[in-house]
Design a protein around this ligand. Structure first.
Ligand code: XUL
Ligand code: CO
Length: 438
């Protein structure tokens, strides 16, 4: 079988003093961190769309990526990409991948042709998964690129589009089940609006819920037991996406009785587009019991769009892994690199280097977070800060044994209040010192 990425061997762990760009400095998959192997904390996944399909187009320029299969097209290209994808994952020691239906095979000229193409490529993927032991983290559909989705998919004003999207998700659920996918993701590609002047927001939301209920029912019917995920994003491509952020999605799920069926797939760049930190979105999901999986990437704080850069920010990776540890792990979710090399990083080895840097950033983040969490410095500080709720009037508030009249009487007797410093800078310094020394 052809080797696509010639000259690149299996990437090894060489330790933090290594200067080899094609070696891991921190990602040591079998190393025990607490009670689990590093790789089982991280559950890294390759995104098929950015890694295999993306060519580097932007609004001003065409594809730049030099790839060993660029001379092929149609099904030959699709097959070569599968082989190259598995070669890349084996060389990186990446144990999971994720894909949209249209990433892996051409759309064709009818639904029948699309499904036939998919089945042929899924045969090949299934065989490669058996050979390598690599697993499917999640499947999804591309319900946004084709012009038929110009006004949305499940929230389109045209019922024919809703039906088409349903057919697409039906097939993608079947494929995800067949490949043993551990999750199924809904990212609302164009589920939102451009202007309220032409939009029936109430109907669109009701329809979106109807769509999700039907997906859930079909999954049950075919015996797909994976976890359903919604991936919040506030804007882009539509001006306003309905799945704005975790709390918006939770409100929606609770309104439509879906809160026990669907969790969140939190993406770093989507969090920052919503005006939140990555950790905010992870935490909001965690404390509501819906942290399902993670799309690992980062945005550029000077740009207002979804740049999907490989994650290199150690602070964000640390606080992400802190939330994952507090969540008791991320399985059956994982850390999917929804990240793409910059348009100027077009050589094939840039792909490997970018994954290595991203994996090392999260591996180091895990090591720091594990130390920070097990030492309990932040936990102890926070516990002390809220100590007034452990006894006296605070305990009565928490226990629900007081009321406004009793509280007002208490406040009159305790007119002079003494607050304590929040010590933000002290805590930021402590986090930094853990990053420096872990
Ligand atoms: C788009 C995005 C998607 C989803 C899967 O911003 O993140 O790639 O992750 O559809
Ligand atoms: Co994503």
């Amino acid at each position: 079988m052809a080797e696509y990425f010639k000259g690149i061997d299996k990437i090894k762990f060489e330790g933090e003093n290594s200067t080899n760009p094609l070696a891991f400095k921190y990602y040591d998959p079998e190393k025990m961190v607490g009670s689990k192997k590093m790789k089982d904390h991280l559950r890294f996944s390759m995104s098929y769309w950015h890694t295999m399909t993306g060519g580097g187009v932007d609004p001003f320029g065409m594809a730049t990526m030099e790839r060993p299969y660029n001379n092929l097209d149609g099904m030959e290209l699709a097959k070569a990409r599968v082989e190259a994808a598995f070669e890349l994952m084996v060389k990186l020691g990446m144990e999971y991948f994720c894909f949209h239906d249209l990433d892996i095979s051409p759309e064709g000229n009818s639904l029948e042709e699309k499904e036939k193409n998919l089945d042929l490529i899924v045969d090949l993927i299934e065989q490669k998964m058996k050979e390598t032991g690599i697993k499917l983290l999640w499947g999804t559909t591309n319900g946004f690129s084709n012009p038929r989705f110009v006004h949305g998919a499940a929230t389109a004003p045209n019922a024919d589009v809703f039906a088409f999207a349903a057919a697409q998700v039906k097939k993608a659920l079947e494929i995800t089940k067949r490949l043993g996918g551990e999750n199924y993701v809904f990212w609302g590609g164009r589920e939102g609006y451009e202007t309220l002047l032409n939009t029936d927001v109430a109907l669109e939301n009701d329809n979106f819920a109807r769509f999700l209920h039907m997906a859930k029912d079909y999954a049950k019917k075919i015996g797909f037991t994976g976890q359903f995920l919604i991936e919040p994003k506030p804007k882009e491509p539509t001006k306003h996406q309905y799945d704005f952020d975790t709390m918006t999605v939770l409100g929606f799920l609770r309104k439509y009785g879906l809160e026990n069926d669907i969790k969140m797939n939190i993406e770093a760049n989507h969090a920052t587009l919503a005006g939140h930190t990555f950790q905010h979105e992870l935490l909001m999901s965690r404390i509501n019991g819906v942290l399902g999986s993670i799309d690992a990437n980062q945005g550029d704080m000077l740009l207002g769009w979804d740049t999907d850069q490989f994650p290199t920010n150690i602070y964000d990776a640390t606080m992400c892994m802190y939330e994952v540890l507090k969540n008791g792990g991320i399985a059956p979710g994982g850390l999917n690199f929804d990240s793409k090399v910059r348009r100027g990083s077009f050589e094939p080895d840039d792909l490997f280097i970018s994954y290595i840097v991203g994996m090392d950033t999260f591996a180091k983040g895990l090591l720091v977070a594990d130390k920070l969490y097990s030492d309990g410095v932040l936990e102890d500080f926070v516990a002390k800060r809220y100590d007034s709720y452990n006894s006296g009037i605070g305990k009565e508030i928490v226990d629900g044994t007081t009321d406004f009249e009793k509280l007002a009487a208490y406040a009159k007797k305790n007119y002079s209040i003494k607050n304590s410093s929040g010590r933000q800078e002290l805590l930021e310094g402590i986090v930094n010192s853990y990053i420096y020394k872990s």
